[in-house]
Write a protein that binds this ligand. Sequence first.
Ligand SMILES: NC(=O)c1ccc[n+]([C@@H]2O[C@H](COP(=O)([O-])OP(=O)(O)OC[C@H]3O[C@@H](n4cnc5c(N)ncnc54)[C@H](OP(=O)(O)O)[C@@H]3O)[C@@H](O)[C@H]2O)c1
Length: 229
Amino acid sequence: MASKPVIFVVGYGPGISDGVAEHFGAKGFKVGISARTESKLAAAAKKLSSQGIDVATAVIDVAENDSVVQGLGKLESELGAPNVLVCNVGSNGPPGTDLGPKPLEEITPEIFEKHWRISGLGALHVARWAVDHLKPLDGKRTLLFTGGGLAKDPRPNHAGLASSKAAMRNLSRVYYEVHKPNGLHVGLVTVRGFVTPESEKHSPKLIAELYWKLYEEKEPESWTWEIDY
Ligand SMILES: NC(=O)c1ccc[n+]([C@@H]2O[C@H](COP(=O)([O-])OP(=O)(O)OC[C@H]3O[C@@H](n4cnc5c(N)ncnc54)[C@H](OP(=O)(O)O)[C@@H]3O)[C@@H](O)[C@H]2O)c1
């Protein structure tokens, strides 16, 4: 019997990433989820398992390369090498916190660097691991990023987040170009709206279908780099 395909989601929470985990899980994938908060991952694993999904968890902070290597290594040893990897992290924080929205004059070098370490450098940490560890399925390997509309249309109160998401977008394009000849499909879902379960366009459920669409593009001639949504 063929073994089940495997997806890892880096930057798991109740939003887009949960939609992706449920969608791929329902299609028969084993799902590895990771974030910085262990208790949240344990609760999510319980929920996904109750839907019949094989799941493993790892605590990862993408800002630290060692954490990425160790955490993804743990998922790989428990579920096998991934066929699909989604780098979903974003450095957005709630209002009133360092990473929350604030006027440009309040963006200190320290705050800017925090954003960049997550959405920019973090994306590189994950991509480097993915290139070495992703395993082909139906002739291709798949690395997908979650982007944001701010990367293309920055706004004054999101200077740190916008520029770090622009770095992620830029990096994903270079990975797409360089690795297409190697059978690695790198894609980006640029989300341009506030994500809520009730949204008629930007619900995690509907957005998750875009990741599936990219995954299903089998022939390199049909590969899309970015879906702007
Ligand atoms: N929500 C929106 O309205 C919206 C709009 C446009 C774009 N986006 C983008 O969509 C993506 C997902 O957003 P979402 O709100 O739906 O979130 P989500 O998928 O519910 O969860 C994302 C998770 O990433 C984890 N994370 C944050 N920093 C991390 C780090 N340094 N290392 C590892 N994990 C980290 C957080 O968990 P821990 O805190 O436990 O680590 C968080 O729960 C983000 O890239 C965001 O920029 C969101």
